[in-house]
Design a protein around this ligand. Sequence first.
Ligand SMILES: C[S@@+](CC[C@H](N)C(=O)[O-])C[C@H]1O[C@@H](n2cnc3c(N)ncnc32)[C@H](O)[C@@H]1O
Length: 146
Amino acid sequence: MSVVRTNSMKYIPNYFEKGQLTKMFFLFPDPHFKEKNHRRRVISPHLLDEYAHVLEVGGIIYTITDVEELGEWMKTCLDNHPMFEALTEQELQADPAVKLLSTATEEGQKVARNGGQTFQAVYRRIALSLIHNGTLTLLKPDHQWR
Ligand SMILES: C[S@@+](CC[C@H](N)C(=O)[O-])C[C@H]1O[C@@H](n2cnc3c(N)ncnc32)[C@H](O)[C@@H]1O
């Protein structure tokens, strides 16, 4: 295992190639409460394009927060992205990593100690679907397939 301490919002493309990752974890990220700072959130439509690129098809993105509004935001971004789909309840139950999300980090333990609630969103990287939420995506002739 290697550990790199870096700004993931800027440098993920410098470290990973297409389809290299099987899992990505975003555990209690900064909520950036002010609306003008929402673009700084670590889950955003633009950054999900990057995460979809470095995750293999079938790879999983795990997110958890104790801020309900951020949890809704992350879920909405993932729901609206054509290359991610939510895990089913059965799949969540069967995944050992899901059980650790709220207990395995310092922040998770702090939230649990204080009796706080947590909000998870766990999604699978899927192949690009041209029809998503009933909308047909039209591609330009020079579109680069990820
Ligand atoms: C509330 S702490 C949670 C730490 C840890 N994940 C946990 O659950 O205990 C938020 C963490 O996100 C890190 N962070 C915030 N923005 C980041 C970014 N752009 N790239 C990498 N880490 C970032 C901060 O350094 C901080 O360690």
